[in-house]
Write a protein that binds this ligand. Structure first.
Ligand SMILES: Nc1nc2c(ncn2[C@@H]2O[C@H](COP(=O)(O)OP(=O)(O)O)[C@@H](O)[C@H]2O)c(=O)[nH]1
Ligand SMILES: [Mg+2]
Length: 311
């Protein structure tokens, strides 16, 4: 910056500022703290599904943020918690696995609703890792400043973080500051992905996820946890103006099939319509989406079935 009083030329900026940085950042934390909401907000695109229900994210989702000075490669993960059953155990393993071999760990917690049991598991794994960690306290749109300060104090005693950044992923508050803090942690190096790449998963996977998200949002109780979605076909019509998708919703029991379909098919219709609108936004074309519902007895407890369904 030029100083108007003595008209000195600007100070030369530090060398490091000119060097392009790139690296991997794992987003880890308890379930439902806003990890996926933050990723979508950072990228400005929806690649990872979110919902008010815990355990929405089941796989590792990679998202690439391209900045003029850096490439930040985020790994969104399922929530870390005390898991029971094969599916949840697998989900936690995915999350813990994503903490290894990254350049930085972004630990996200809910500033409003602490989750001591999950946080304790998280801290234990952080202690074992030598990777620098940044703590982000999310949902500050719901908390008063004095309460926030005391939470920051508590966390500073639990682990040595490189920085603590309170944000609201939903409102976008301080998200830029968090991104800059993360960028500072990355090593100097060339980009890993070409400029147009924002994720490593195909559109058909994200389409299945969007259907799953609508089930999370439009059905209650245990239904979301008993469902998996597969894409049977994903093709274009002759003129490439329309994307045709056939997908199957797998449930564990006959009674769940009835709930997903709803009265005269009304529930399935609203799930399909809501998903179609989001998939159309992603592919930038009109979409014809046909949903089937199939009972696959107790798939979430069957390791072979889990693998078949992509977990
Ligand atoms: N009030 C508030 N809610 C948020 C914020 N970020 C996320 N949420 C909500 O928290 C819930 C869980 O979000 P999600 O991203 O799925 O959490 P994840 O399980 O950690 O990936 C959703 O209902 C989000 O809308 C935030 O900054 N403020
Ligand atoms: Mg998530």
């Amino acid at each position: 910056m030029t100083n108007p009083e003595n008209n000195k030329p600007p100070e030369p900026r530090q060398q490091a500022h000119h060097q392009y940085k790139s690296g991997f950042i794992s987003i880890v934390g308890p379930p439902n703290v806003g990890k996926s909401t933050f990723l979508n907000r950072a990228l400005g695109e929806k690649i990872s599904i979110t919902s008010p229900k815990p355990q929405t994210t089941r796989n590792r989702i990679l998202g690439v943020l391209h900045r003029p000075s850096a490439q930040l490669i985020f790994l969104d993960t399922p929530g870390i918690h005390k898991a029971t059953g094969p599916l949840r155990t697998r989900m936690v393993d995915v999350a813990l696995g994503a903490m290894a071999q990254v350049d930085c760990i972004l630990v996200m917690v809910d500033a409003v609703h602490p989750d001591p049991r999950s946080e304790e598991i998280l801290i234990r794994h952080l202690e074992k890792s030598r990777t620098p960690a940044i703590l982000s306290l999310n949902k500050i749109d719901r908390i008063e400043k004095p309460a926030l300060l005391s939470i920051i104090g508590k966390w500073s005693q639990l682990h040595v973080f490189k920085a603590v950044v309170p944000i609201s992923a939903k409102k976008g508050t301080q998200v830029d500051r968090l991104i800059e803090t993360l960028e500072n942690q990355l090593p100097v190096g060339p980009p890993y992905f070409p400029a147009e790449t924002i994720t490593d998963v195909p559109e058909r996977f994200i389409a299945a996820e969007m259907i799953r998200e609508k089930i999370y949002r439009l059905t209650g109780q245990e239904i979301p946890y008993a469902t998996a979605v597969t894409i049977d076909s994903f093709s274009e019509d002759g003129k490439k103006a329309l994307v045709l998708i056939h997908a199957t919703i797998h449930v564990e029991q006959e009674s769940q099939k009835g709930i997903i379909i709803g009265k005269k098919g009304s529930k399935l219709k609203s799930i399909g319509e809501a998903a179609r609108i989001e998939i159309e936004r992603m592919v930038g074309r009109r979409v014809f989406l046909q949903l089937f519902v199939r009972v696959q007895k107790n798939w979430s407890r069957d390791t072979k079935a889990l693998r078949k369904l992509g977990y």
